[in-house]
Design a protein. Structure first.
Length: 88
């Protein structure tokens, strides 16, 4: 199984920028799983595990921007859920 310092570094960079501490662990585990799965798909094409990991991480983009997307999405879903509880 792929387990890399680069993956952990990227996941930590994303999680440190997620505002809601309650979802950090869950998001981190899911993100790590997704990066590993994508890297495994790249290996047959690039022939090297390290290059596959770098390509998979690059696919997810800048960690701060990725965390911002998570923050916005989580906030929108929270507001929608509160709205539903109040009015329905």
């Amino acid at each position: 199984m792929l387990d890399s310092y680069l993956i952990n570094e990227y996941v930590n960079a994303v999680c440190c920028n997620i505002k809601n501490k309650k979802i950090r662990t869950e998001i981190g585990e899911k993100l790590k799983k997704d990066i590993v799965e994508l890297a495994q798909k790249y290996i047959p094409y690039v022939g090297n595990e390290d290059i596959a990991i770098k390509k998979a991480i690059r696919h997810f983009g800048d960690p701060v921007m990725y965390a911002d997307l998570i923050n916005k999405n989580y906030r929108q879903n929270s507001i929608f859920n509160i709205f539903n509880l109040c009015f329905f």
